[in-house]
Design a protein around this ligand. Structure first.
Ligand code: PLP
Length: 460
């Protein structure tokens, strides 16, 4: 006990450490450094009391621990990450990467004043989304278009406008939760409408919808089950049949297609994924989807459909609360511009580039990464891999790809994973059977050299 007290008494004081050369020289805010020193000393005190520390480290050692802690606190936050998971739309890694042009447009719109809501020809107030709406109408043949912050916001606006005070019919098989407490039943409640569930989880027929239609029903809704897949004995009603039923009873049909590709995903071997133009052509009255999934743009919620419904949404007070900012407008306009020519879109938009990458291209990228690693003395081999689209799009559908497989070294795959994750520019791959895999489908060409250097540095 006496030793413990002696140790505790010899813990250096905060001011003395703050006057040390290392801490005086560092450029971090003084408050951050002071807090880090306090916490480092608190930690030391706790270890002494627990009997885990038998001496007091040098001032220099304490200062360098505190400095690292201060740097970590000050630099914490969003940062670029290398995505070697093979998941193209990884919600945790920010979903779609913007094209160079779209990113530049967002940058420029934020670094100077802009014509965001100014009609330059007329010299008067203009509309912030008129150009976007025209682009979307051209690309999908929709009668009308509208943009909000994300697809969740789009659904909120749609239901609040069309169905508040009434009932909405949805199949039990489509009552999805789309991550982070966004559940269709709860959103209905929030929009003051009542959910009328029909059918069973695995089977819903048109007659099930028809059976519940009464004077309270305001809309029929279809939700793309984008983050799970019911397989086996299933039956769902096609959008076309639902539209027929809607017409019969004069009820609007709303479809949340989730991902909202602007080109038919079948082009990339992805079947069964709805896309915007198809839903419009099938006669949906209102269609909503995200801007940052298969479309490959910034976070946004896009609503397409009949003018008669969308014009009411534009007048709803929620529309103002959910409106997009200028960086989104600029980036989305530029993203949609790329779609004027599908080859251009596949060259410029990272999501389409990654989706359309040929097996030969992926193999050559993997071989390139592998030899860069081998040249640095890392044992690596190219292996076939499976990439996924991710972000709820296309559940259960995998795309064959190639990965570089690493033998993790002494700490095992988990230790390598942790070291790569905590680099200044982190690398996120996948652990498969004690190997560390870097799937090249989602890796940019200009990241290969960095990956090789970083892995060679941390692998032991
Ligand atoms: C992803 C998704 C959403 C949520 O979209 P956000 O743009 O993230 O708000 C809603 N519905 C479906 C079917 C989805 O796949």
């Amino acid at each position: 006990m006496k030793d413990t007290e002696k140790l505790l008494r010899s813990i250096p004081n905060v001011d003395r450490l703050l006057r040390s050369e290392t801490l005086i020289a560092c450029s971090l805010p003084r408050s951050v450094v002071t807090e880090a020193v306090r916490q480092t000393l608190e930690g030391l005190r706790a270890r002494i009391i627990a009997g885990e520390a038998s001496d007091i480290p040098d001032d220099a050692d304490i200062c360098s621990v505190a400095l690292r802690a201060a740097q970590a606190v000050y630099n914490a936050g969003i940062r670029p990450v290398v995505n070697a998971t093979g998941v193209i739309l990884h919600t945790n890694l920010g979903r779609a990467c913007l094209s160079e042009k779209a990113a530049k447009a967002a940058y420029l719109s934020s670094r100077s004043f802009s014509s965001l809501e100014y009609d330059l020809a007329a010299g008067e107030r203009g509309s912030r989304t008129a150009v976007l709406e025209a682009q979307l109408k051209r690309l999908t043949q929709a009668e009308s278009a509208l943009i909000v912050n994300n697809n969740a916001a789009a659904i909120l606006l749609i239901l609040s406008t069309i169905a508040a005070g009434g009932h909405v019919v949805v199949s039990r098989g489509e009552l999805v939760e789309i991550g982070g407490s966004f559940r269709i039943p709860e959103i209905m409640e929030l929009c003051d409408c009542k959910l009328r569930e029909v059918g069973a989880t695995n089977k819903t027929r048109l007659a099930d919808y028809e059976a519940v239609i009464d004077d309270d029903v305001r809309a029929l809704m279809k939700v793309h089950t984008s983050n799970f897949k019911i397989i086996g004995f299933t039956e769902a009603v096609s959008l076309k049949s639902l539209v027929g039923l809607g017409n019969k009873y004069n009820l609007p049909v709303i479809e949340d297609i989730g991902s909202g590709a602007l080109v038919n995903p079948e082009k990339y071997g992805i079947t069964g994924e709805p896309f915007a133009a198809e839903s419009i052509a099938a006669g949906a009255d209102v269609v909503s989807f995200s801007g940052d999934k298969l479309l490959g743009g910034p976070q946004a919620g896009i609503i397409l459909g009949k003018e008669k419904y969308l014009s009411r949404m534009k007048k709803h007070p929620l529309y103002r609360a959910l409106r997009v900012d200028k960086m989104t407008v600029a980036a989305l306009e530029e993203t949609l511009r790329a779609y004027s020519d599908i080859h251009r879109a596949e060259r410029e938009l990272p999501v389409l580039m990654m989706l359309s990458a040929s097996p030969e291209l992926l193999l050559s990228k993997a071989e390139q990464l592998c030899s860069l690693l081998q040249n640095k003395g890392v044992s690596a081999e190219v292996v076939p891999s499976m990439s996924t689209v991710g972000s709820g799009a296309v559940p259960g559908r995998e795309l064959s790809s190639y990965a570089v497989s690493l033998i993790p070294g002494s700490g095992g795959a988990a230790a390598l994973d942790s070291r790569l994750r905590t680099l200044e520019k982190p690398i996120v791959g996948r652990i498969v059977k004690e190997r560390y895999l870097l799937d090249v489908r989602t890796v940019f060409e200009n990241e290969l050299a960095y990956i090789a250097d970083a892995v060679a540095e941390v692998i032991v």
